[in-house]
Write a protein that binds this ligand. Structure first.
Ligand SMILES: Nc1ncnc2c1ncn2[C@@H]1O[C@H](COP(=O)(O)OP(=O)(O)OP(=O)(O)O)[C@@H](O)[C@H]1O
Ligand SMILES: NC(=O)c1ccc[n+]([C@@H]2O[C@H](COP(=O)(O)O)[C@@H](O)[C@H]2O)c1
Ligand SMILES: [Zn+2]
Length: 249
């Protein structure tokens, strides 16, 4: 069987983006390539809409700018600004579907019922996606195990959405300390049903950096160097984000 072509899409706040957000993509790609049944042709970061309303969520423009800076040295991961540009918050299933539909439309222009794809809307598409014309490319959700485990938070995700995300797209889950994704899957009927669509990737070089800890350090004027990209630190400083006025670089 030829390998499945995959685009990894990570959803989240990226408030601010950390080195670990970028590492997730590298770890996932290495793992999928080693398994031999997938080829990763691109990666996407989709920052959440301001309407998500999470505590201390910086505005979307700043978060997108920081992601762009963080990705300056990546040859294969891109920012998707679609989610931030919508009127309101979009459920993750909708985010995955939007990207999948547009990739499908580019790969199979004739049989697709989308109106002609507007090039301005698809600058997130990997550069070489058109090389796969006529083929299929799967958008998969890339996440940390804490996001997977949030599927169990009452009222946060609908059962239908979970089934569509896992059944129609698939998950690549990076382990995180204090999580047990295998046990979480075992405890869920729907996740067990679609287990073949879930790849768990063990992060052996653990790094518990999180945006919350970065914001805390910035608030306290502590250094965050080597935890997030230098260009993102400069940006935060320049725009006085996260109460970082006296931060030393
Ligand atoms: N250290 C990490 N290990 C594994 N996955 C991570 C890590 N940090 C972030 N992620 C994953 O990155 C994605 C985006 O997460 P998010 O923007 O919430 O980052 P975060 O560092 O968890 O921020 P916050 O502390 O604000 O929740 C999620 O899927 C999350 O699980
Ligand atoms: N029902 C849903 O689709 C649903 C529910 C909760 C969070 N999410 C997404 O998960 C991500 C969570 O990000 P945080 O971990 O930063 O809160 C966001 O991208 C958010 O949109 C989706
Ligand atoms: Zn988080």
């Amino acid at each position: 069987m030829p390998p499945i072509k995959v685009i990894l899409l990570a959803c989240g706040s990226f408030n601010p983006p950390t080195n670990m957000h970028l590492r997730m993509f590298e770890i996932a790609r290495d793992h999928l390539h080693r398994l031999g049944n997938h080829v990763v042709i691109g990666g996407l970061i989709s920052p959440v809409h301001d309407g998500y309303g999470k505590k201390d969520l910086e505005g979307a423009t700043h978060r997108m700018n920081m992601v762009r800076l963080a990705l300056q040295h990546s040859e294969w991961i891109k920012l998707s600004d679609w989610e931030c540009k919508q009127e309101t918050w979009s459920r993750t299933k909708q985010v995955l579907q939007y990207h999948q539909n547009h990739v499908n439309a580019l790969l199979h222009p004739a049989k697709n019922n989308l109106d002609k794809v507007n090039e301005d809307d698809v600058h997130w598409v990997p550069d070489d996606v058109r090389n796969y014309c006529g083929d299929s490319v799967q958008i998969k959700l890339l996440c940390g195990a804490d996001l997977l485990e949030s599927f169990g938070t009452p009222g946060l995700w609908s059962d239908d959405d979970i089934e569509a995300i896992v059944g129609q797209h698939g998950l690549v889950v990076i382990t995180r300390s204090n999580t047990n994704p295998n046990e979480f899957i075992y405890n869920s009927d729907v996740l067990t049903k679609y287990m073949s669509n879930i790849t768990i990737v063990t992060e052996w070089i653990q790094n518990e950096v999180s945006s919350t800890k970065i914001r805390r350090a910035l608030r306290r004027s502590e250094s965050v160097k080597y935890l997030i990209p230098d260009r993102v630190i400069d940006y935060i400083h320049k725009h006085n984000l996260y109460g970082s006025k006296n931060m030393h670089l």
